[in-house]
Write a protein that binds this ligand. Structure first.
Ligand code: AMP
Length: 196
């Protein structure tokens, strides 16, 4: 059983937390491009040096760089055999095209796209909480607003692309963590996607 999922939501929608829970239930790895970039920055790798200023400003890393990171990770055994939950990729139309081509090479496609709906005010409130706890260098007020703008301009439209394929589940992202997880499970169950 291979399960290929994508979770989409604005910053502060709780997609990271929910993504981990869902991936665990399906026995698949989370592939979060933001986490991969942060790990590389922390370890001062060549990739980390290349993307630090870009991520700090809340801008998108160039598509070719991000695409290579994703195809390398998705080619590893666990993701290739069991599937994966993507978090933070794709984020624009060009990345959707790239992912389609990558998966298409092995006749694969996403099974479901979970969209977490959270109002902008609530996202901003949650990120400022996170900023106090985690101290992420890209959680400045300016970078946060910029990331939300990019989400609305570039990422939200990709939801329509996936919706046209009939694979989008819109989930109300306001509620307790457990309530939201249950909503996601209910939607994926309805698609007949079996948990591990
Ligand atoms: P995230 O943890 O998903 O909020 O990502 C943190 C930062 O990493 C983003 O603000 C971007 O600078 C960069 N990043 C993550 N995923 C992508 C992507 N798919 N395309 C371009 N940049 C990305």
């Amino acid at each position: 059983m291979t399960t290929r999922l994508l979770i989409v939501g604005p910053q502060g929608s709780g997609k990271g937390t929910q993504g981990v829970r869902v991936a665990e239930a399906y026995g698949i790895p989370v592939v979060a491009t933001g986490d991969i970039f942060r790990a590389n920055i922390k370890n001062s790798t060549e990739l980390g040096k290349k993307v630090k200023a870009i991520t700090d400003a809340g801008n998108l890393v160039p598509d070719d760089v991000t695409g290579e990171v994703v195809s390398d990770r998705l080619s590893q055994d666990d993701a290739a055999t069991r599937g994966f939950l993507l978090d933070g990729y794709p984020r624009n139309a060009a990345q959707v095209t790239y992912l389609d081509a990558f998966l298409g090479k092995s006749d694969a496609a996403l099974d479901a796209v979970i969209v977490l709906d959270v109002p902008r005010d609530e996202s901003i409130a949650r990120i400022s909480e996170r900023a106090k706890i985690e101290g992420r260098s890209d959680d400045t007020e300016e970078a946060v607003a910029h990331r939300l703008d990019i989400f609305e301009r570039e990422t939200a439209p990709i939801i329509d692309t996936y919706a046209a394929r009939g694979i989008v589940d819109r989930i109300n992202g306001v509620g307790s963590l457990d309530e939201i997880t249950e909503r996601i499970f209910a939607a994926l169950d309805a698609r007949g996607l079996a948990r591990a």
